[in-house]
Write a protein that binds this ligand. Sequence first.
Ligand SMILES: NC(=O)c1ccc[n+]([C@@H]2O[C@H](COP(=O)([O-])OP(=O)(O)OC[C@H]3O[C@@H](n4cnc5c(N)ncnc54)[C@H](O)[C@@H]3O)[C@@H](O)[C@H]2O)c1
Ligand SMILES: N[C@@H](CCC=O)C(=O)O
Length: 538
Amino acid sequence: MKIEEAAVPFTLGKILFSRGEMPMREPYQNEPFTDFTISDRIDEFQEALRKVESELGKEYLIKIGADRIETTTKRRSINPSQTTQLVGIVSQADQALAHKAILAAAAAFDHWKRIAPSARSRMLYKAAAILRRRKHEFSAWLVYEAGKTWAEADADTAEAIDFMEYYGREMERLSERQPLVPYPGEDNELFYIPLGVGVIIPPWNFPLAIMVGMTMAAIVAGNTVVLKPASATAVIAAKFMELLEEAGLPDGVVNFLPGSGTEIGDYLVEHPLTRFICFTGSREVGLRINEKAAIVQQDQKWIKRVVAEMGGKDTIIVDEDADLDLAAEAITASAFGYAGQKCSACSRAVVLEAAYDAVIAKVIERTKLLKVGKANELSSHIGPVIDERAYFSILKYIEVGRSEGTVVYGGSKGASGGYFIEPTIIKDVEPYARISQEEIFGPVLAFIRAANFEAAIDIANNTEYGLTGAVISRDRSKLEQAREQFHVGNLYFNRKCTGALVGVQPFGGFNMSGTDSKAGGRDYLLLFMQSKVVTERF
Ligand SMILES: NC(=O)c1ccc[n+]([C@@H]2O[C@H](COP(=O)([O-])OP(=O)(O)OC[C@H]3O[C@@H](n4cnc5c(N)ncnc54)[C@H](O)[C@@H]3O)[C@@H](O)[C@H]2O)c1
Ligand SMILES: N[C@@H](CCC=O)C(=O)O
């Protein structure tokens, strides 16, 4: 269809029309973050918190096809800022229900795969529009169930909207005729078709964004899925299921199967009808899934595809001539945002000798300004860690850190009533110490000295992970050296190493950080499809 260039475009929702012509999609852009310095925004968010607080404690059921199923085994989801507060009670699936869920997804696949890609994309735009309208409400659930501060929750919700807007457009792009080299006397066509039934296994730390991104990428590509949410944040996933229903997604396309990873995880992965597994989580579980998925089951007709994004041990290098205030800002934000519970978190600052003491002093200065407190209070900069297991594991790592370096800030648990831990800074840590190598996933930062820039790069590359990293330097030749030698999937210069934006910084890591799937990038949807080539000789 020809779009008149002179025509005046007008917008309806996110669709841009030229008068009298076919609709044309607005170019993708990232959802803006909420400015919580504006009093109206504060009031709106507080209202959302009140609304959600009034809804805490409800029951959430499994959904398979059109059936809602209550089981006798239930899991209580609690608020990590206030462990006496119940967020919701979630029915837990067993293996029999896991089997039923896979069958329901397989039955729905026959229909869903035939829906036009543009119509599947529209489903994502619709869901994005609903989420945008209910943005603060969803963020408020993230505050209560995941312990996210207001800004972190808002960013999580914005990223979920971004994934849907971005993947919707990506599917439209990939459903166009794909370019091939012309060949005389033949018509050659390459097009993408879906894989089949997928199992989606997200983590709890981006319980909306990552769960939405993985699920919606799979279904917009024409697959149907069983979504097994992370247990700690299953209520947020249940709220998302409600949203999908409101958007009109047919039953069976996404089957909601909360349950313990140990009880149903292996079963779902090993099921012969499972065609692919999309996982984000720890190295241990990711490797287990990869191994189980490789074993061909009876009646299985395909090689299962595994997308696994896993842990990180991320480093910020500070050069001797760097802007040290910028370095301290980048390190503090990357180490302590969401209490260090990001795969991208800076858990190691490798600083060249000449800048070492000054950077530590500046990071301590900034960290002192961070208030640890309940996530629902606007004044809190750092909320709780997710649960009791994480709380004790992180405290144990701090004890290990005491024997591997000198604690120069924090080092203790925070107030009682929630899983609070002080942001902790440990200096003079050796590059191969345990707290230099193992993912702690909490507010613990190690400082390591480097004799020169080469040594700093060697240290940055000395773990089994390769997810994010940053270099703070004014020296172009060192930035170019790092561009080539710092082996991570997402490398940042002169800024923090967290906060990748959908479409702007496709995200995924090397080595034991995963399969480098680059969520939020142009290659991502291809992981959920296979291409078919048809040649007709004239
Ligand atoms: N690379 C990334 O993009 C990325 C993003 C977010 C989080 N992460 C990583 O995730 C981890 C934190 O998340 P987590 O604690 O939820 O990870 P986890 O591995 O403990 O759990 C992830 C998911 O796997 C499920 N699971 C557990 N055992 C299973 C089994 N045997 N079979 C199938 N599924 C099973 C869990 O229920 C959960 O839904 C950290 O290591 C973090 O670095 C990575
Ligand atoms: N994509 C997020 C990290 C996700 C993992 O926890 C970031 O870039 O900070």
